[in-house]
Design a protein around this ligand. Structure first.
Ligand SMILES: Nc1ncnc2c1ncn2[C@@H]1O[C@H](COP(=O)(O)OP(=O)(O)OP(=O)(O)O)[C@@H](O)[C@H]1O
Ligand SMILES: [Mg+2]
Length: 209
């Protein structure tokens, strides 16, 4: 299982704008690490670096699988993410989206599991065969959560996972995050939400640039 991600003297610039300068930090499995800070400080960018979706200009981001370095391609297979920029296919049904994203990760879902997932995220089963384009934003967020749970990866990258969710939905996210961490997953959470930040075992507050 992925047990840590280490940032070693990571620097990243967007043009002349330096977003991270020699950042060294370690993220460990079995806990929720919350990344907080004002809009635009770099929370989402830090998650992208941690997931190795983008590369730093200098320094290293290294992931460890049972204490052994794992390469970027293999690491990607160990990540599940919810981000505001992740899009569902609006012309496909909820079920088709769920199947598409899980199939990409070689997970086979049986009908019984699918219904359980819909229940788990409180999405009415009747929505299974409706196209996602007609879903409310909160329903789409719940479907993203269902996909994350279905993929069931070692690393959870959560960028504002409670956004657009009602109180019940927010609780659902908090519970799932805590369970995941207790089950040894490495949970990275970028948030502007106080309740989510409180659920974190460790908080990293990014300074305004
Ligand atoms: N690909 C990019 N090219 C240029 N600038 C970028 C790029 N990605 C992010 N930035 C800039 O980096 C800064 C940090 O963005 P980021 O999305 O990480 O902030 P954030 O802390 O997640 O903010 P929010 O709370 O609003 O989600 C912003 O100024 C943003 O415009
Ligand atoms: Mg962000």
């Amino acid at each position: 299982m992925i047990n840590k991600i280490i940032f070693d003297k990571v620097s990243l610039n967007f043009g002349t704008f330096t977003i991270f300068d020699n950042l060294s930090v370690e993220f460990r499995a079995g806990q929720i690490t919350g990344i907080i800070g004002a809009n635009g400080v770099g929370k989402s960018t830090l998650l992208k670096l941690a997931g190795q979706f983008i590369q730093p200009d200098s320094g290293l981001v290294t992931a460890f699988d049972d204490d052994k370095v794992i390469n970027r391609i293999a690491f990607r297979q160990k990540i599940a993410a919810i981000t505001p920029s992740m899009s569902l296919y609006s012309q496909l049904t909820a079920l088709e989206n769920l199947k598409f994203f899980t199939k990409m990760r070689d997970k086979k879902l049986i009908d019984n599991e699918i219904d359980k997932l819909f229940n788990r995220v409180n999405l009415n089963i009747e929505n299974k065969n409706k196209i996602v384009g007609n879903f409310s934003t909160g329903m789409k967020q719940r479907l993203k959560l269902a996909i994350l749970l279905a993929v069931d990866s070692d690393v959870w990258i959560l960028d504002e996972p409670g956004s657009n969710l009602d109180e019940c939905g927010k609780h659902l996210v908090l519970n799932e995050m805590k369970n995941a961490a207790q089950n040894g997953k490495l949970v990275l959470l970028a948030t502007n939400d106080n309740d989510e930040a409180e659920a974190a075992n460790e908080l990293i507050s990014l300074p305004i640039n």
